[in-house]
Design a protein around this ligand. Structure first.
Ligand code: UD1
Length: 430
């Protein structure tokens, strides 16, 4: 099992370039099978989640070719199956995007029902409500979701909750439905816009993505395209928090600063200097961070995917901070780990109360999920002494070359895969 060994207390300095957005890539890779022509997708982050989804796509018979590390060609012309097994869903929930993509293209799909996950129970009722509104029959049996329709027809859907996944899934299916579809109370995240732009580049007719009403005019078929995925706002935000927590000075390049406004505002509020450029942000931290309150909300609010990393920063900010998690019910699992580093955080319901401490001290920890794992890395980078983080495969689900990018900024971090190596590394850096 791979682990990170980190010696903290080194301010990060330098430049880091951000990769393609994982969550946009998951929607786009699934949508790429909706044409029989070849689709070329650039700036795909080469992380565990995208690799597993590509295996699921190959599993149904599509052709997948890595043109380079971050450019992928997909051809859905050879699809022979519309069944996606539990094996994939268990590893990557977003395999459920194949439900909407296959339903749109073939009028049927069969995908294993995802279970709960580390951050909450995560129902998919809104996805299914959307498919039904497009005229599909949807039933769940033997752990599989089965959808089918004679012909999908456009519909008017009002989502009861703002859901990124449901918006993308139903938007994909509606592209090939007969007539017009209106999605109301749609999610507005940057990756919704990216998936819509991608589908439009394949010949779809989607308007309004990025607002809460999306209008889709069904088309008969989609065609091949070449498309480059937007930068990952969460990877960027993670490096911004790492710069803040280590009192560093980091230029985060190849990003869309607008996507990070809610985080930028919070970092300025707690005393960091943040400079925005056309496609970069510079964050200069301070030894004298101040407290603040944060509430996670759908975009353009503060992202739930940045909540753990921000908590790591606030754990060493002067005063009391309050963090309200309003999207997922179980997203404070990292608290027990970070408390082992000396942080003072108490969780009551969906709120974490943080009493800033002067410094954290290195400890052995286990990564509970993807973003929580990134938060532990940030905490360890800021801490005095050595930390050892287990279960880093969660972190590798969403960060490409994480430790290499951090090393380039001066961080002392090593990825090791045995206890023997852990001991050797600790002796070397200790
Ligand atoms: C996506 C992101 C994830 C991010 C989340 C919120 C991907 C692959 N993942 O997850 O990183 O943390 O958005 O920004 O893009 N809900 C329902 N019924 C549904 C669907 C959702 O009640 O049918 C609820 C969820 O339990 C949650 C809220 O709606 O409380 C938002 O979930 P949603 O936006 O769907 O998250 P995901 O798409 O799963």
């Amino acid at each position: 099992m791979e682990q990170f060994i980190i010696k903290g207390g080194v301010p990060l300095h330098g430049e880091v370039s951000i990769g393609g957005a994982k969550n946009a890539a998951l929607g786009i890779l699934a949508a790429a099978i909706m044409t029989d022509e070849t689709v070329t997708i650039e700036n795909v982050p080469n992380v565990r989640d995208t690799r597993v989804l590509l295996q699921a796509i190959e599993g149904i018979g599509a052709k997948v070719k890595f043109v380079s590390n971050n450019t992928i060609e997909i051809n859905g012309g050879s699809i022979c199956d519309v069944i996606v097994d539990y094996e994939y869903i268990r590893k990557i929930r977003a395999s459920y995007y194949l439900l909407g993509a296959l339903l749109g293209k073939y009028n049927k799909s069969q995908v294993a029902l995802p279970g709960g996950c580390n951050i909450g129970s995560r129902p998919i009722d809104q996805h299914l409500k959307g498919f039904r509104a497009l005229g599909a029959t949807v039933d769940i049996s033997h752990g599989m979701i089965n959808t089918s329709a004679e012909q999908l027809v456009g519909g008017h859907i009002y989502f009861d909750v703002v859901s990124v996944g449901a918006t993308i899934n139903v938007m994909m299916a509606a592209c090939l439905a007969e007539g017009n579809t209106i999605l109301e109370n749609a999610a507005k995240e940057p990756h919704i816009v990216d998936v819509a732009n991608f589908l439009n580049s394949m010949g779809a007719n989607i308007k309004g993505a990025g607002t809460d009403i999306i209008r889709i005019k069904g088309v008969e078929k989609l065609h091949g395209t070449t498309y480059s995925i937007i930068p990952d706002q969460i990877e960027a935000g993670t490096f911004m928090c790492a710069a803040a927590a280590t009192a560093g000075d980091v230029l985060i390049k190849n990003i869309i600063p607008k996507h990070l406004e809610s985080l930028t505002a919070k970092l300025i509020e707690i005393g960091c200097t943040v400079e925005e450029f056309d496609d970069a942000i510079r964050v200069v931290g301070t030894e004298n961070l101040q407290s603040t309150n944060v509430k996670t909300l759908p975009y353009p609010g503060f992202p739930t995917d940045m909540q753990p990393q921000m908590a790591a920063v606030l754990s060493i900010a002067k005063g009391s901070s309050m963090i309200i998690e309003s999207i997922f019910e179980n997203r404070f699992k990292y608290v027990d780990e970070i408390v082992r580093m000396g942080a003072k955080i108490k969780v009551e319901g969906n709120t974490a109360y943080v009493e800033g401490v002067e410094k954290l001290t290195g400890a052995q920890m286990s990564s509970p999920d993807l973003r929580a794992g990134a938060a532990l890395v940030i905490a360890a980078l800021s801490a005095e002494g050595i930390s050892q983080i287990d279960e880093i495969e969660y972190i590798q689900r969403g960060y490409e070359d994480f430790e290499i990018k951090l090393q380039d900024l001066g961080a002392i971090i090593e990825r090791i895969d045995s206890e023997k190596e852990a001991l050797k590394t600790k002796l070397k850096i200790g």
